[in-house]
Design a protein around this ligand. Structure first.
Ligand code: FES
Ligand SMILES: [Fe+2]
Length: 444
């Protein structure tokens, strides 16, 4: 048995590395973190018509997400109740029904068992099909095209779960009149590292960029003048970091929407649509909130790189990354191509930044095979005691610098609360008390 209070001390910024390696802790995470949180399932554009489906995972559980005939979406475990085979083995497609390939039980789009081969002869008509459908994901929520689900009936509403993070999320989800679309198909790859390294970095870590990505920056930005300006900007601009409810967002403060990393073809489209973007999310947010983000536990995106992903856990030492490139739905082809190219170069299985990041995470994971290496304590104390609130009128706990680990501490706090087995009302009460305390400390 493990004692959560010995594993992480978020208020001190201390981490025991066994949280990244211990199989028992990992099994507890599946139950206490992933089965109780809201998890990203699919984007609306992946389910264009009745019968459209995608297969995804909620942690290690395979799940089918299906557009119903009435336009609504349902999700259920991709597991046949006869012997547990997958009901559907395709990643995505359009179906009228799902038939298990083992013995042929058939399910409709809503996940109800509707056909049992040889029902009369083999079962003597003695099977109540209504009782033998796959386990349903009981709660779904569609936030501006992003479909989330949770197994936990007692979890807070999705809005309460997001809290102030919605303001940062909407810098992505609500940016354009026509909304977003995904480049078809997820890119998927496996990395030998714990899921928390990836989730935490996207929540909280701008600090690694100048060193981890030094060579990539040089390689990508051919013009030394632009590189020098970029480096001077990121050194000078304080940026901001948001932390709340386990989520995190961090970004530099930019003077203009362009140049983007996608280059001139995309920039031309952005300039032509600048007023629209400002009208939808406000100039301050459009300019500023252009960085790294994680919705707890494992849904992350980089606004400036047009990539979003889920870090599906695969044991304590492995993740499957599912990554998408997203685009403004009504952008012209040249703009879309520019985004696709830049995302492939930066954040894809072979992208220069992506491989830098994965290299660090797998290295740490390998170091943690060592007996002594697992006995150390990690330092997550950056910016501790210097947290700020309400900087620039941005909602929630916002520091006045992006170089801090406030959001990492927030993530481990939520993790610890869930892992301790606290009920959702207890967690919510604690969070509210903390936030109030922080606000009062800030006013004092
Ligand atoms: S396992 Fe699905 S029909 Fe037997
Ligand atoms: Fe990185």
């Amino acid at each position: 048995m493990f004692d959560v209070s010995e594993l992480v001390q978020p208020d001190q910024g201390l981490i025991n590395p066994s949280i990244y390696t211990d199989p028992e802790i990992y099994q507890a995470e599946l139950e206490r973190v992933f089965a109780r949180s809201w998890l990203f399932l699919a984007h609306d554009t992946q389910l264009p018509k009745p019968g459209s489906f995608v297969q995804t995972y909620m942690a290690e559980d395979p799940v089918l997400v299906v557009r119903q005939r009435d336009g609504s979406v349902k999700a259920f475990l991709n597991q046949c109740r006869h012997r547990g085979m997958r009901i559907c083995r395709a990643d995505e497609g359009v179906a009228r029904a799902f038939t298990c390939t083992y013995h042929g039980w058939g399910y409709n789009l809503a996940g109800e068992l509707v056909n049992v081969p040889m029902q009369d002869r083999a079962y003597h008509d003695d099977i109540d099909k209504a009782k033998w459908g796959p386990t349903r994901v009981p709660r779904l929520h569609n936030h501006k095209g992003f479909i989330f689900g949770t197994w936990d009936e007692s979890a807070p509403s999705f809005e309460d779960y997001l809290g102030d993070m919605v303001w940062y999320f909407d810098a992505l989800a609500d940016r354009y009149d026509a909304g977003l679309t995904l480049v078809p198909g997820a890119t998927k790859w496996v990395i030998d590292c714990n899921w928390k390294f990836a989730a935490e970095q996207f929540a909280s870590d701008m600090y690694h960029v100048p060193s981890s990505h030094a060579s990539a920056l040089v390689a990508l930005i051919e013009d030394p003048a632009i590189l020098a300006e970029f480096q001077a900007q990121s050194a000078a601009a304080p940026g901001r970091q948001y932390a709340g409810n386990g989520h995190g967002s961090g970004f530099a403060l930019r003077p203009d929407l362009v140049p983007t990393q996608a280059g001139p073809d995309f920039d031309a489209w952005v300039v032509a649509n600048r007023e629209q973007i400002y009208r939808r999310i406000g100039e301050q947010r459009a300019l500023a909130v252009n960085g790294h983000n994680t919705v707890f536990p494992n849904f992350s995106w980089l606004t400036i790189n047009n990539t979003m992903r889920v870090w599906h856990p695969r044991g304590p030492g492995q993740i499957e990354v599912w990554s998408w490139t997203y685009l403004p739905k009504d952008a012209d082809e040249r703009a879309k191509q520019a985004v696709r190219t830049s995302t492939i170069r930066t954040f894809s299985a072979a992208g220069v930044f992506e491989t830098d990041d994965g290299e660090n995470w797998t290295e740490i994971q390998q170091v943690l095979r060592g007996h002594q290496a697992r006995k150390t304590t990690f330092n997550a104390r950056m910016g501790l005691g210097h947290e700020r609130h309400g900087t620039d009128g941005m909602p929630g706990g916002v520091t006045d610098d992006m170089y801090t680990e406030m959001a990492a501490r927030g993530m481990y706090r939520r993790w610890a609360d869930l892992m301790s087995g606290l009920s959702w009302p207890e967690i919510t009460d604690r969070d509210e008390a903390r936030q109030q305390g922080e606000q009062e400390a800030h006013r004092a």
